[in-house]
Write a protein that binds this ligand. Structure first.
Ligand SMILES: [Zn+2]
Length: 390
């Protein structure tokens, strides 16, 4: 593949370093090969994209998606009735939607029959144009628990450990647990803790033996406590986290992926939706705002994830999630770091998320300065993945 360069750019490398203007970034066969001042760039036999003062930053990472889910009010039930091939096609389409929104990498935290694993493989093998996917396969949930449409039911530590091994053997890059109920969906037990500490520990120990991480869907203070006791790697949602729990997350190096977009998407439909559902969504949103603001203040590694696939929340809304995190206390630069290098580091993805020589050429070129106007990330002038202009 030819050499390609973006010239005249401000480079925002994803690490949190200050932006540097008048730079050239060059890549060959999908890998970044040079970054430096325009005046020193050697550009023979190079295809050139002029940035004209625009900013280049790493492709974004959505830390929490469900590409197999249908983003309608009843999608979580409906998909169980459709052929798995239909679900797989939706998931493949979802990976494409993510990429076209500038999200070059995403972590799928639970898919029906584990189809996200197949999408991840197809993308990796070049059979599918879409975001690179880190996939959990099926989430582990107790009988009658939350997340059934994208889960496998387990009870007892032995069954949990066996399910972890089975998902890993199927190709899962991480394990997802549903130890508490959710806001929506079958098996919603509110904030009740429905997995035992032993079960969660069995999941963590087995997954860590297999060198993969464990994400836990947790709402409620009690569930967060059990998840932290079990040694979980990432807390998804984390509604109701206390200040002490946030401090513990910092100490234990546990990241939190709050997913604020789904409740906003629901609340925007207020008039169309059942009253009890809206009441619950409003209550959860209030608790969530407070716990996320505290987590940010205390210094928890908070990562932007959209929960794409939930009602009225199709893949591609990551910038909205980033804007919501800014409202709760992050700076524009902090949330960009969270959606690039911090996410990559948390998921042990060492060649994406940072603009550096030797890393994969996943980049966005945007017209305005995202440190001033975060919304510019919604309309990238160019999206490049694996060195290819999308
Ligand atoms: Zn989710």
């Amino acid at each position: 593949m030819a050499r390609v360069a973006i010239t005249g750019a401000t480079i925002l490398d994803g690490t949190g370093s200050d932006p540097i203007s008048d730079q050239t970034i060059l890549w060959e066969t999908g890998v970044i090969s040079w970054i430096g001042p325009d005046s020193e760039a050697i550009l023979d036999k190079t295809m050139i994209i002029a940035a004209d003062g625009g900013t280049v930053l790493p492709g974004l990472i959505d830390s929490h998606v469900h590409i197999s889910l249908a983003p309608t009010l009843t999608g979580i039930y409906d998909i169980e009735e459709e052929p798995v091939a239909r679900t797989l096609i939706r998931a493949a389409h979802g990976a494409g939607l993510l990429l076209r929104a500038g999200i070059t990498t995403a972590r799928d935290v639970g898919s029906r029959e584990g189809v996200a694993i197949d999408v991840a493989a197809a993308q990796r093998d070049g059979d599918l144009a879409g975001a690179r996917i880190l996939a959990a396969g099926r989430g582990l949930t107790p009988p009658g628990g939350h997340g059934q449409a994208m889960g496998v039911e387990v009870r007892g530590a032995e069954e949990v450990a066996a399910a972890v091994r089975a998902e890993h053997a199927r190709g899962a890059d991480l394990i997802k647990l549903f130890p508490t109920g959710g806001v929506l969906g079958a098996g919603t037990h509110g904030f009740d803790v429905v997995m035992t500490l032993d079960e969660m520990r069995a999941a963590v120990e087995t997954a860590h033996e297999l060198d993969i991480h464990v994400a836990a869907h947790v709402h409620g203070t009690e569930g967060i406590e059990v998840a932290l006791d079990a040694g979980i790697d990432t807390i998804e949602h984390g509604t109701g986290a206390t200040r002490e729990q946030s401090e513990r997350m910092v100490e234990d190096g546990v990241a939190m992926v709050p997913t604020l977009v789904p409740l906003v998407a629901l609340r925007q439909r207020e008039l169309d939706l059942p009253r009890d559902l809206m009441k619950r969504a409003n209550e959860v949103a209030a608790i969530q705002s407070e716990s996320v603001a505290t987590a940010i203040e205390v210094g928890v590694r908070v990562l932007p994830g959209t929960d794409a696939g939930t009602p009225f929340n199709p893949p591609g809304q990551l910038v909205q999630e980033m804007e919501l995190l800014v409202e709760l206390g992050m700076s524009n630069h902090e949330v960009i770091v969270a959606a690039t290098s911090a996410a990559a580091d948390t998921f042990d993805w060492d060649d994406v998320g940072v603009l550096a020589i030797g890393n994969v050429a996943d980049l966005l070129l945007v017209d305005d300065d995202p440190l001033e106007t975060l919304g510019t990330l919604s309309w990238p002038a160019s999206i490049i993945q694996d060195g290819v202009v999308i």
